[in-house]
Unconditional design. Structure first.
Length: 217
């Protein structure tokens, strides 16, 4: 632990200089970004007063992402479709850890984003086929009630009692206060989202997982 210089000696100005040097050593604070600041050179580091530092690059100030805007979500129980070819949203358990990303308290299918940014989503779902007929499953994201174009994952299963884990990662821009839902539909209700129980030699498995990381503003 550093000890500040005591106010001793005949010269208060010398003590002030020593105190200033001490404060510089123990607490470095970024200058605030002002409207008049220009990113004329690369590598200028400032604080933008919105909770993030910024650095100049290629003529603009870019936000530096801190340890905010992340979540790990899962579902620990089965989810079975109520009807064929009918979109429905996946319900989530309380996030195991998160910052800036929460579940809507009145609708656990809605994942709410506190901050604007581009987010990387890594989705995985465990499926169970409960008969030997061909069955299709579709999975896609929906943002603020609108399906994301070109985002669907489709799978076909047929083996009775067969399991399949399907996954995909993609980045999506989100606005502050927007919500995301993971949608799905099946052509046969005997294809469902399954959470296998623990065995004597292996722990239980989540039915669905979703990892979210904020990449940039």
């Amino acid at each position: 632990m550093r000890i500040p210089p005591p106010p001793l000696g005949p010269s208060w100005s010398a003590w002030g200089e020593r105190l200033s040097a001490y404060l510089t050593q123990v607490r470095t604070k970024l200058s605030n970004l002002l409207p008049t600041d220009v990113a004329s050179d690369d590598g200028i580091l400032l604080w933008d007063r919105t909770g993030y530092p910024v650095v100049s690059k290629n003529g603009e100030f870019r936000q530096i992402i801190l340890a905010d805007g992340y979540a790990s979500l899962s579902r620990s129980t089965n989810q079975i479709a109520s009807a064929i070819n009918t979109p429905q949203a996946i319900g989530w358990s309380t996030p195991s850890f998160n910052s800036g990303i929460t579940l809507d308290p009145s609708d656990n299918t809605k994942i709410v984003f506190a901050e604007e940014g581009v987010y990387l989503l890594s989705f995985a779902v465990e499926l169970l086929s409960n008969n030997s007929s061909d069955k299709n499953g579709w999975f896609w994201p929906r943002i603020d009630g609108t399906d994301v174009a070109g985002s669907t994952i489709k799978v076909t299963m047929s083996g009775n009692g067969h399991y399949l884990v399907m996954s995909r990662s993609a980045a999506f821009p989100m606005s502050a206060g927007s919500y995301l839902q993971a949608m799905w539909a099946v052509s046969d209700v005997d294809l469902w989202i399954d959470a296998p129980a623990a065995t004597a030699f292996a722990p239980s498995s989540p039915a669905v997982t979703l990892a979210v990381t904020r990449l940039r503003q």
